[in-house]
Design a protein around this ligand. Structure first.
Ligand SMILES: [Zn+2]
Length: 157
């Protein structure tokens, strides 16, 4: 995918996530994170696969849990957004073409978004990518709201 597509995909995904969570956010930071997510395309310029794999998410997942432990809500939010939009970047690059080496350096084989090939007019790789991206965001929002509801009941009860 091209960089503009990645930027818009990340910005929309991040925006849907923060709106779904119902939390305060800074639009400039969200935009900066969306821009940051396209930097992993440096792989395409240099001709290697260092950033286009699932392990690129690791530092930001760790940062999320550290922030969760230390109760740093802003860091928690922005690291979660980064994980989601980087996941979206990887997913978008798996939509067409030769795919990406998702588990590099453990496995160098190229992976693509799985989709039912039987009914191409009904489910395309692009539709499947949107489903996997926004479905994951919806799942995160749902988990957040359930946890928040349980915490609120404990507080009042
Ligand atoms: Zn890419």
């Amino acid at each position: 995918m091209d960089s503009l597509y990645h930027f818009i995909f990340a910005l929309v995904g991040g925006y849907v996530l923060v709106k779904g969570l119902g939390v305060r956010y800074n639009f400039l930071i969200l935009t900066a994170l969306a821009f940051f997510s396209i930097l992993i395309d440096i792989d395409h310029l240099l001709g290697f696969h260092f950033f286009h794999n699932v392990f690129v998410l690791t530092p930001f997942v760790l940062l999320f849990f550290i922030a969760l432990f230390m109760k740093l809500k802003r860091v928690q939010l922005y690291s979660l957004i980064l994980v989601v939009i980087l996941y979206g970047h990887l997913l978008a690059d798996m939509t067409y073409g030769m795919g990406i080496p998702l588990f590099y350096p453990l496995d160098s084989s190229m992976k693509k978004v799985p989709y039912p090939a039987m009914k191409k007019n009904f489910v395309s790789p692009f539709g499947m990518t949107l489903l996997l991206y926004f479905g994951a965001i919806a799942l995160l929002v749902l988990i957040y709201r359930i946890v928040k509801t349980v915490k609120c009941r404990r507080c009042s009860g």
